[in-house]
Design a protein around this ligand. Structure first.
Ligand SMILES: C[S@@+](CC[C@H](N)C(=O)[O-])C[C@H]1O[C@@H](n2cnc3c(N)ncnc32)[C@H](O)[C@@H]1O
Length: 221
Protein backbone atom coordinates (compact mmCIF):
# COMPACT_ATOMS: atom_id res chain seq x y z
CA UNK A 1 0.00 0.00 0.00
CA UNK A 2 2.74 2.40 1.03
CA UNK A 3 4.74 1.46 -2.09
CA UNK A 4 1.72 2.31 -4.27
CA UNK A 5 1.26 5.65 -2.56
CA UNK A 6 4.95 6.44 -3.06
CA UNK A 7 4.68 5.51 -6.76
CA UNK A 8 1.57 7.69 -7.17
CA UNK A 9 3.42 10.59 -5.58
CA UNK A 10 6.35 10.11 -7.97
CA UNK A 11 3.98 10.20 -10.98
CA UNK A 12 2.26 13.30 -9.62
CA UNK A 13 5.59 15.09 -9.15
CA UNK A 14 6.74 13.97 -12.60
CA UNK A 15 3.49 15.21 -14.14
CA UNK A 16 3.78 18.63 -12.48
CA UNK A 17 7.41 18.87 -13.62
CA UNK A 18 6.45 17.78 -17.14
CA UNK A 19 3.66 20.39 -17.34
CA UNK A 20 6.00 23.12 -16.09
CA UNK A 21 8.64 22.02 -18.55
CA UNK A 22 6.23 21.94 -21.50
CA UNK A 23 5.13 25.50 -20.65
CA UNK A 24 8.69 26.74 -21.23
CA UNK A 25 9.17 25.25 -24.70
CA UNK A 26 9.91 27.83 -27.35
CA UNK A 27 10.03 25.50 -30.37
CA UNK A 28 7.71 22.92 -31.85
CA UNK A 29 10.63 20.41 -32.07
CA UNK A 30 11.04 20.52 -28.30
CA UNK A 31 7.32 19.75 -27.91
CA UNK A 32 7.54 16.88 -30.36
CA UNK A 33 10.58 15.34 -28.64
CA UNK A 34 8.97 15.72 -25.26
CA UNK A 35 5.90 13.66 -26.23
CA UNK A 36 8.05 11.13 -28.07
CA UNK A 37 9.99 10.54 -24.85
CA UNK A 38 7.07 10.59 -22.41
CA UNK A 39 4.36 8.72 -24.39
CA UNK A 40 4.92 5.59 -22.32
CA UNK A 41 4.20 7.26 -18.97
CA UNK A 42 1.76 9.99 -20.14
CA UNK A 43 -1.41 8.24 -18.92
CA UNK A 44 -0.05 7.48 -15.45
CA UNK A 45 1.23 11.00 -15.03
CA UNK A 46 -2.04 12.53 -16.20
CA UNK A 47 -4.12 10.25 -13.96
CA UNK A 48 -2.26 11.66 -10.96
CA UNK A 49 -3.38 15.20 -11.88
CA UNK A 50 -7.15 14.77 -11.54
CA UNK A 51 -7.62 15.81 -15.18
CA UNK A 52 -11.27 16.84 -15.70
CA UNK A 53 -10.92 18.74 -19.01
CA UNK A 54 -12.13 15.94 -21.34
CA UNK A 55 -15.30 15.22 -19.28
CA UNK A 56 -16.11 18.94 -18.95
CA UNK A 57 -15.75 19.48 -22.69
CA UNK A 58 -17.99 16.56 -23.66
CA UNK A 59 -20.71 17.60 -21.22
CA UNK A 60 -20.94 21.00 -22.94
CA UNK A 61 -20.75 19.53 -26.45
CA UNK A 62 -23.62 17.13 -25.77
CA UNK A 63 -25.62 20.02 -24.30
CA UNK A 64 -25.32 22.00 -27.53
CA UNK A 65 -26.33 19.06 -29.71
CA UNK A 66 -23.35 16.81 -30.45
CA UNK A 67 -24.61 13.28 -31.12
CA UNK A 68 -22.84 10.02 -30.59
CA UNK A 69 -23.47 8.78 -34.12
CA UNK A 70 -21.53 11.77 -35.45
CA UNK A 71 -18.18 11.31 -37.17
CA UNK A 72 -15.79 12.92 -34.72
CA UNK A 73 -12.09 13.81 -34.97
CA UNK A 74 -10.08 14.04 -31.75
CA UNK A 75 -7.32 16.53 -32.61
CA UNK A 76 -4.04 16.41 -30.64
CA UNK A 77 -5.51 13.15 -29.38
CA UNK A 78 -2.31 12.04 -27.67
CA UNK A 79 -2.81 8.68 -25.98
CA UNK A 80 -6.61 8.86 -26.32
CA UNK A 81 -7.85 10.22 -22.99
CA UNK A 82 -10.61 12.29 -24.62
CA UNK A 83 -11.37 9.47 -27.05
CA UNK A 84 -11.88 7.10 -24.12
CA UNK A 85 -14.43 9.53 -22.64
CA UNK A 86 -16.25 9.69 -25.98
CA UNK A 87 -16.32 5.89 -26.07
CA UNK A 88 -17.67 5.72 -22.51
CA UNK A 89 -20.49 8.01 -23.69
CA UNK A 90 -21.34 5.62 -26.53
CA UNK A 91 -19.51 7.35 -29.41
CA UNK A 92 -17.68 4.91 -31.66
CA UNK A 93 -17.23 6.73 -34.96
CA UNK A 94 -14.08 8.52 -33.83
CA UNK A 95 -10.70 9.16 -35.48
CA UNK A 96 -7.56 10.49 -33.84
CA UNK A 97 -5.03 12.98 -35.14
CA UNK A 98 -1.72 13.88 -33.54
CA UNK A 99 1.75 14.87 -34.75
CA UNK A 100 3.50 12.36 -32.46
CA UNK A 101 3.44 8.74 -33.66
CA UNK A 102 4.55 7.45 -30.24
CA UNK A 103 1.47 9.03 -28.60
CA UNK A 104 -0.78 7.59 -31.31
CA UNK A 105 0.79 4.14 -30.81
CA UNK A 106 -0.33 4.25 -27.17
CA UNK A 107 -3.82 5.38 -28.28
CA UNK A 108 -4.00 2.50 -30.77
CA UNK A 109 -3.53 -0.05 -27.98
CA UNK A 110 -6.87 1.09 -26.50
CA UNK A 111 -8.97 0.29 -29.61
CA UNK A 112 -10.90 3.54 -29.42
CA UNK A 113 -10.32 5.06 -32.83
CA UNK A 114 -11.14 3.91 -36.35
CA UNK A 115 -8.32 5.85 -38.01
CA UNK A 116 -5.17 7.27 -36.47
CA UNK A 117 -3.69 10.12 -38.50
CA UNK A 118 -0.17 11.33 -37.79
CA UNK A 119 -0.03 14.93 -38.92
CA UNK A 120 0.94 18.35 -37.66
CA UNK A 121 -1.78 21.00 -37.43
CA UNK A 122 -0.83 24.60 -38.13
CA UNK A 123 2.20 26.33 -39.66
CA UNK A 124 0.69 26.03 -43.12
CA UNK A 125 0.36 22.23 -43.01
CA UNK A 126 -2.51 20.87 -45.11
CA UNK A 127 -4.23 18.01 -43.30
CA UNK A 128 -4.59 14.75 -45.26
CA UNK A 129 -8.36 15.00 -44.83
CA UNK A 130 -11.05 16.08 -47.30
CA UNK A 131 -13.15 19.19 -46.75
CA UNK A 132 -16.43 18.73 -44.80
CA UNK A 133 -15.46 15.27 -43.54
CA UNK A 134 -16.31 15.51 -39.84
CA UNK A 135 -19.40 16.45 -37.85
CA UNK A 136 -17.23 17.53 -34.94
CA UNK A 137 -13.63 18.24 -34.00
CA UNK A 138 -12.81 17.92 -30.30
CA UNK A 139 -9.61 18.98 -28.54
CA UNK A 140 -8.37 18.83 -24.97
CA UNK A 141 -4.94 20.10 -24.01
CA UNK A 142 -4.15 20.99 -27.63
CA UNK A 143 -3.61 24.69 -26.92
CA UNK A 144 -0.35 24.95 -25.01
CA UNK A 145 2.83 26.90 -25.82
CA UNK A 146 4.19 25.81 -29.22
CA UNK A 147 1.40 23.23 -29.64
CA UNK A 148 -1.63 24.05 -31.80
CA UNK A 149 -2.02 27.76 -32.32
CA UNK A 150 -4.68 30.10 -33.62
CA UNK A 151 -3.81 29.24 -37.23
CA UNK A 152 -4.84 25.63 -36.61
CA UNK A 153 -8.45 26.78 -37.08
CA UNK A 154 -7.76 27.53 -40.76
CA UNK A 155 -7.65 23.80 -41.52
CA UNK A 156 -9.97 22.59 -38.75
CA UNK A 157 -12.85 24.73 -40.04
CA UNK A 158 -12.25 23.31 -43.54
CA UNK A 159 -12.69 19.66 -42.48
CA UNK A 160 -15.87 20.18 -40.39
CA UNK A 161 -19.26 20.13 -42.14
CA UNK A 162 -21.66 23.04 -42.05
CA UNK A 163 -23.77 22.67 -38.90
CA UNK A 164 -20.93 20.79 -37.18
CA UNK A 165 -19.03 21.75 -34.04
CA UNK A 166 -15.49 22.45 -32.90
CA UNK A 167 -14.95 22.12 -29.14
CA UNK A 168 -11.71 23.08 -27.44
CA UNK A 169 -10.66 23.00 -23.77
CA UNK A 170 -7.32 24.05 -22.36
CA UNK A 171 -5.73 25.76 -19.38
CA UNK A 172 -7.16 29.28 -19.13
CA UNK A 173 -3.82 30.90 -18.29
CA UNK A 174 -2.19 29.94 -21.60
CA UNK A 175 -4.31 32.58 -23.35
CA UNK A 176 -1.80 35.13 -22.02
CA UNK A 177 0.99 33.38 -23.93
CA UNK A 178 2.16 35.27 -27.07
CA UNK A 179 1.01 32.29 -29.19
CA UNK A 180 -2.63 33.19 -28.49
CA UNK A 181 -2.67 36.98 -28.30
CA UNK A 182 -4.46 37.21 -31.66
CA UNK A 183 -7.05 34.55 -30.83
CA UNK A 184 -10.02 36.75 -29.90
CA UNK A 185 -9.58 38.93 -33.01
CA UNK A 186 -9.33 35.79 -35.12
CA UNK A 187 -12.56 34.44 -33.60
CA UNK A 188 -14.34 37.71 -34.36
CA UNK A 189 -13.02 37.84 -37.92
CA UNK A 190 -14.35 34.32 -38.61
CA UNK A 191 -17.71 35.36 -37.18
CA UNK A 192 -17.77 38.40 -39.46
CA UNK A 193 -16.96 36.17 -42.44
CA UNK A 194 -19.80 33.82 -41.42
CA UNK A 195 -17.44 30.87 -41.09
CA UNK A 196 -18.46 30.07 -37.51
CA UNK A 197 -20.28 31.30 -34.40
CA UNK A 198 -18.84 31.05 -30.91
CA UNK A 199 -21.83 29.40 -29.22
CA UNK A 200 -20.30 28.62 -25.85
CA UNK A 201 -17.44 30.07 -23.85
CA UNK A 202 -16.89 29.10 -20.27
CA UNK A 203 -14.23 29.11 -17.57
CA UNK A 204 -14.20 25.70 -15.93
CA UNK A 205 -13.11 25.06 -12.37
CA UNK A 206 -10.61 22.30 -11.84
CA UNK A 207 -9.41 21.62 -15.38
CA UNK A 208 -6.81 19.68 -13.44
CA UNK A 209 -5.79 19.95 -9.78
CA UNK A 210 -7.68 23.20 -9.11
CA UNK A 211 -6.35 24.95 -12.23
CA UNK A 212 -8.95 26.91 -14.26
CA UNK A 213 -9.78 25.74 -17.76
CA UNK A 214 -11.22 27.64 -20.73
CA UNK A 215 -13.75 25.98 -22.94
CA UNK A 216 -14.97 27.23 -26.31
CA UNK A 217 -17.47 25.67 -28.71
CA UNK A 218 -17.89 26.93 -32.29
CA UNK A 219 -20.69 26.07 -34.67
CA UNK A 220 -19.62 25.89 -38.30
CA UNK A 221 -21.94 27.88 -40.57
C1 LIG B 1 -1.10 17.85 -23.63
S1 LIG B 1 -1.20 16.62 -24.89
C2 LIG B 1 -2.95 16.36 -24.93
C3 LIG B 1 -3.33 14.96 -25.33
C4 LIG B 1 -4.80 14.60 -25.14
N1 LIG B 1 -5.68 15.39 -25.95
C5 LIG B 1 -5.18 14.73 -23.68
O1 LIG B 1 -6.11 15.50 -23.35
O2 LIG B 1 -4.57 14.03 -22.85
C6 LIG B 1 -0.90 17.52 -26.36
C7 LIG B 1 -0.82 16.67 -27.64
O3 LIG B 1 -0.76 17.56 -28.74
C8 LIG B 1 0.11 17.04 -29.73
N2 LIG B 1 0.54 18.19 -30.55
C9 LIG B 1 1.27 19.24 -30.16
N3 LIG B 1 1.41 20.12 -31.16
C10 LIG B 1 0.73 19.60 -32.22
C11 LIG B 1 0.50 20.05 -33.56
N4 LIG B 1 0.95 21.23 -33.99
N5 LIG B 1 -0.22 19.26 -34.38
C12 LIG B 1 -0.72 18.08 -33.94
N6 LIG B 1 -0.53 17.60 -32.69
C13 LIG B 1 0.17 18.37 -31.83
C14 LIG B 1 1.21 16.38 -28.93
O4 LIG B 1 1.91 15.43 -29.68
C15 LIG B 1 0.42 15.78 -27.76
O5 LIG B 1 0.04 14.46 -28.02
Amino acid sequence: MQKMETEDKIYEDNAKNAFNKVSTFAEYDEVHNHYKNTAETYDKMTASLNYNGPKDLLKELFEVGMKCDWKILDVAAGTGILGRELQLNGCFNIDALDCCQQMLDKAKEKNIYRELICSKVGDGAVLPIGSNTYDAVVMSGAFFPEHLQTDSYLELTRIVKSGGLIGNIHRKSILKHPNYLGLSNFIKSYEEENIWRLIKEKVTKNYYNGVDGMLQVFKIL
